[in-house]
Design a protein around this ligand. Structure first.
Ligand code: ADP
Ligand code: MG
Length: 695
C-alpha cells in the first residue's frame, strides 16, 4: 500500500521545501517574485540554486535540465551534469544562480518561423519560477521559457505567461471598481481532462501507421464498436487498472493532482483529470501527464495513443479545458450569494461570453491541429462552430437582459433584480449538454474542442487574451462613469445583445445546427488550414499586440509554423500509407489471391466438374480491388510529388489538405474493403478488432 500523502509532491521543489531549505529572507524575496511577479535578483537566484541542487542531489539527481516547450507542442530538454572539476582529478557538484536563471541550449533546430536568423541561431531559456522545479529520471527539471536573442518568444510558455499577466491586470481593474482594494493578482486557472487510448504494445508494434503517425491509416470496422455503450464508465480491465495505478503514483510524485480516472465512450479509451491549477502550471503538468502516460504504458507492455483520432469510425480523443479566473480568495466565475457578488459574477460571465463571441475564429484556431481535423466538423462532433452553452438558469437571465426586461429599472435595481431572479445561482451540476464546444459548467467554462495531443497553452493564451480585451473595454468605460451601477448594467446589456447569437443550448451535433448557425452568421471554419489563415487578420494582430502577448512578427512566425506542421504531418501520413500499401497490404493480397486461385485449379484437377464459382468470385473481387488500390497508390504517389514541389507554405498546406488528403482516402477505401475479404492469416497486421479489444 502506498502512502499517497507521503509520496505526493515528493519529487517537487515546492514552496514547502523552499520554506524549509531557504534562508527566511531569500524565501520572502522569492515569494514576492512568485506572488507579485517582481523581478528576481541574482543574489537570490544564487542561494535558491544552491539549495535546489542540494535537494536534487539528495533525491539522486546527477544532472539538471532547462525544460522548455518549443513550438512543436512537445517539450525539450538537454541534460547537463552538476560536476565541476576541482583540479586534483576529482569533481564536486555545483549549480550557480546563473545556471538556474538562464540557459543557452544550442536549440537551433526547433521551428522558429524565421524569427531566428541563422547568424543568431541560439535560443535562450529563462527560469520560470512560477512553475516548480522537480526531479525526474535522476535529473533536476527546471521549467523555462524559450526565446530568441532579441526576446521574441520561441515557445508556448512565454506567451501564456504574458496572457496571464494581461488578464490579471484587466481583471484587477474590474475588481477595484467593485471596491476590492486588496487583490493584487487574478489567476487564470485550468483543469484539463485528458483522453487517451490503451492498446497492447506487441500489437501496436506491428502497425507502422501507429508507429509513424499515431493513428491507423487503414482498418475496417470490427463487428463490435462502441454501439453497446458498455465501455463508458465500465469496469476497468485489470491490466489497464494496474497501469493507471502506477500512472497516478508517478504523477503524484511530480505534484500532479491526478484525481479522476475512468473508461471513456470508445473501447480501449480512457480519461484522467487532475485538479485545476494556474494555467501555467496546468500546461506544464499536462505535458508531463502525456509523457508519463506513454512511459508507464510501455512499462506495462501497453501503448498509449494520444492522437485525436486513432481509429476511423470510433470516437476520438479530446482534452476538455476547464477554465476560470480566480483571486486568492474566490473563483470569479462562481455565482455568488450576495447582490454584490452576483453583479461581479455577471460581469465576468458576460465578459467571457462576449470575448468568445467576438473572437470565435481565434478560439477555433486555438483548437486546430492536423489530428483534430478528424474530429471538428469532420466525421465526429463537436462541430467546428464555436457556440456557448449556459444552462437553463443562466440562459434565462441572459434572455431577460437581452430583451431589455431589466431596462426600466436597470440603473437602480439591476443588482437587486439579479438577486431576485437567482438568489444563489445554484450550481448546475447536471451539465446536460455534452454537445457544446464551450459550456458553462457550474463555476467554470469547459472548452471541449481542444485536441488530445495538443499543448493546452494555445487555447489558454487565446482565452486569457480575449477576455482581457473585453474586461479592458468594460473597465475603460466604468472608470469614466459617474453612475457605476447604471453604466455597468448598460454595458452588460450591450454585450449580451451583441453576442447573443453565440449562445446555443440545443444539440450541437444535430445537422440542423449547422444551418441555424449559418443563419446566425456564426463562423464555421471546417479545416485546420482555414483556421490558421485567420491568425494574421489585422484585428487579431491588434488584440495580441495591445496586451503584449504576441508581436506581429511572432504571429506571422507561428502561422508559418502551423502551416508547416500541417503539411509535414500529412506528408508523413501519405508516405506511411504508400509504404504500408506497397510493402505490406498489396503483397499480402496478391499472395491470398494466388492462394485461392491455385486452390481452384487444384480442386479442378481432382474433381473436374466441381462448382468453383464462389472461389473464382473471390479471386475476381480481390483482383478488382487490388487493381483499384494499385491505381490509387500510384495516384497518391503522384499527388505527394506534385504537392511537395509547391514552395509557398500556405499553398502547400492547402494542397496537402485538398489534394493529398483526398488521395489518401481513395487508397484507404479499397484496402479496407480487401481487409474484409482476405483471410486473417494473410492480413499483414493486427486489425481494429485486435487493437480495440485485445488488452
Ligand atoms: P466533468 O464532469 O467535466 O468530468 P469535473 O467536476 O470532474 O467535471 O471537473 C473537471 C475539471 O474541471 C477538473 O480538472 C476540475 O479540477 C476542473 N475545475 C474545477 N473548478 C475549476 C476552476 N475554477 N478553474 C478551472 N478548472 C476547474
Ligand atoms: Mg468535462
Amino acid at each position: 500500500m502506498i502512502n499517497v500523502a507521503q509520496i505526493f509532491g515528493s519529487n517537487v521543489f515546492s514552496e514547502t521545501v523552499m520554506k524549509e531549505r531557504l534562508p527566511k529572507d531569500t524565501f520572502k524575496k522569492l515569494k514576492r517574485t512568485l506572488d507579485l511577479g517582481e523581478e528576481l535578483s541574482p543574489a537570490v537566484a544564487e542561494v535558491v540554486a544552491s539549495a535546489m541542487k542540494d535537494w536534487a542531489v539528495e533525491k539522486g539527481a546527477t544532472h539538471y535540465t532547462h525544460w522548455f516547450q518549443p513550438m512543436t507542442g512537445k517539450t525539450a530538454e538537454k541534460h547537463d551534469s552538476f560536476i565541476e572539476p576541482t583540479g586534483d582529478g576529482r569533481v564536486i557538484m555545483e549549480f550557480s544562480g546563473k545556471q538556474l536563471i538562464q540557459g543557452e541550449p544550442d536549440a537551433s533546430s526547433f521551428p522558429s518561423g524565421g524569427l531566428r536568423a541563422t547568424f543568431e541561431a541560439r535560443g535562450y531559456t529563462a527560469w520560470d519560477a512560477t512553475s516548480p522545479a522537480f526531479v525526474k529520471d535522476d535529473t533536476l527539471y527546471i521549467p523555462t521559457a524559450f526565446c530568441s536573442y532579441s526576446g521574441e518568444a520561441l515557445d508556448k510558455k512565454t506567451p501564456l505567461l504574458r496572457s496571464m499577466e494581461a488578464v490579471s491586470k484587466q481583471a484587477v481593474r474590474i475588481l477595484r471598481l467593485f471596491g476590492d482594494e486588496d487583490t493584487q493578482k487574478v489567476t487564470s486557472t485550468v483543469g484539463p481532462e485528458q483522453e487517451y487510448f490503451i492498446v497492447d504494445k506487441a500489437l501496436f508494434q506491428e502497425r507502422k501507421d501507429l508507429i509513424f503517425t499515431g493513428r491507423t491509416l487503414f482498418g475496417a470496422m470490427p463487428p463490435k464498436g462502441q454501439e453497446l455503450d458498455d465501455h463508458y464508465f465500465g469496469t476497468i480491465k485489470e491490466r489497464v487498472s494496474d497501469f493507471m495505478k502506477e500512472l497516478d503514483e508517478e504523477l503524484w510524485k511530480l505534484g500532479i493532482t491526478s484525481k479522476s480516472k475512468h473508461n471513456e465512450v470508445a473501447p480501449a479509451q480512457h480519461e484522467m483529470a487532475p485538479i485545476f491549477t494556474t494555467t501555467n502550471i496546468a500546461t506544464d503538468h499536462n505535458q508531463l501527464v502525456m509523457d508519463t502516460l506513454i512511459k508507464v504504458a510501455n512499462r506495462h507492455d501497453l501503448a498509449c495513443l494520444l492522437h485525436e483520432k486513432p481509429f476511423a469510425g470510433i470516437n476520438g480523443s479530446g482534452k476538455h479545458n476547464n477554465w476560470s479566473l480566480g483571486t486568492d480568495k474566490m473563483n470569479l466565475l462562481e455565482p455568488g450569494v450576495t447582490p454584490h457578488d452576483n453583479a461581479k459574477f455577471l460581469t465576468f460571465l458576460v465578459a467571457t461570453i462576449a470575448a468568445v463571441g467576438k473572437y470565435a475564429p481565434l478560439m477555433r484556431l486555438s483548437a486546430a491541429s492536423p489530428g483534430n481535423d478528424h474530429r471538428l466538423g469532420a466525421n465526429e462532433a463537436p462541430p467546428a462552430i464555436i457556440s456557448i452553452f449556459l444552462g437553463e438558469q443562466l440562459t434565462d437571465i441572459i434572455n431577460q437582459i437581452k430583451d431589455g426586461a431589466l431596462t426600466s429599472s436597470i440603473a437602480q435595481t439591476h443588482m437587486d433584480l439579479g438577486v431576485q431572479t437567482l438568489p444563489k445561482f445554484p450550481k448546475d451540476v447536471t451539465d446536460r449538454n455534452r454537445t457544446s464546444p464551450f459550456a458553462f459548467t457550474g463555476n467554470k467554462f469547459e472548452f471541449r474542442m481542444v485536441g488530445s495531443t495538443m499543448s493546452i497553452s494555445g487555447p489558454n493564451i487565446v482565452l486569457n487574451t480575449i477576455v482581457a480585451d473585453v474586461l479592458c473595454d468594460i473597465a475603460d468605460e466604468l472608470e469614466k462613469a459617474d453612475d457605476f451601477r447604471g453604466t455597468l448594467s448598460q454595458i452588460i446589456e450591450k454585450l449580451v445583445k451583441e453576442n447573443f447569437s453565440v449562445i446555443f443550448d440545443g444539440d450541437g451535433y444535430d445537422p440542423s445546427w449547422v444551418v441555424e448557425a449559418e443563419k446566425r452568421g456564426l463562423p464555421n471554419i471546417k479545416t485546420t488550414v482555414e483556421a490558421i489563415e485567420v491568425f494574421n487578420k489585422p484585428e487579431y494582430i491588434q488584440v495580441f499586440e495591445k496586451f503584449g502577448v504576441f508581436t506581429k512578427g511572432e504571429i506571422l512566425a507561428r502561422q508559418e509554423i502551423m502551416f508547416e506542421e500541417y503539411a509535414k504531418t500529412i506528408n508523413i501520413e501519405a508516405l506511411s500509407m504508400i509504404q504500408i500499401a506497397k510493402k505490406e497490404i498489396l503483397p499480402a493480397v496478391l499472395e491470398y489471391a494466388s492462394n485461392v486461385a491455385s486452390s481452384v485449379s487444384e480442386i479442378k484437377a481432382v474433381v473436374p466438374d466441381a462448382d468453383v464459382t464462389a472461389q473464382s468470385e473471390i479471386v475476381a473481387k480481390v483482383t478488382s480491388l487490388y487493381t483499384e488500390a494499385s491505381k490509387a497508390l500510384a495516384a497518391l504517389e503522384a499527388s505527394v510529388q506534385k504537392v511537395k514541389a509547391i514552395e509557398e507554405i500556405h499553398e502547400q498546406a492547402k494542397a496537402f489538405k485538398f489534394e493529398v488528403f483526398d488521395a489518401m482516402t481513395a487508397l484507404r477505401q479499397p484496402c479496407d474493403a480487401l481487409e474484409e475479404i482476405v483471410a486473417e492469416d494473410f492480413w499483414p497486421f493486427p486489425t481494429y478488432g485486435d487493437l480495440l479489444f485485445r488488452v
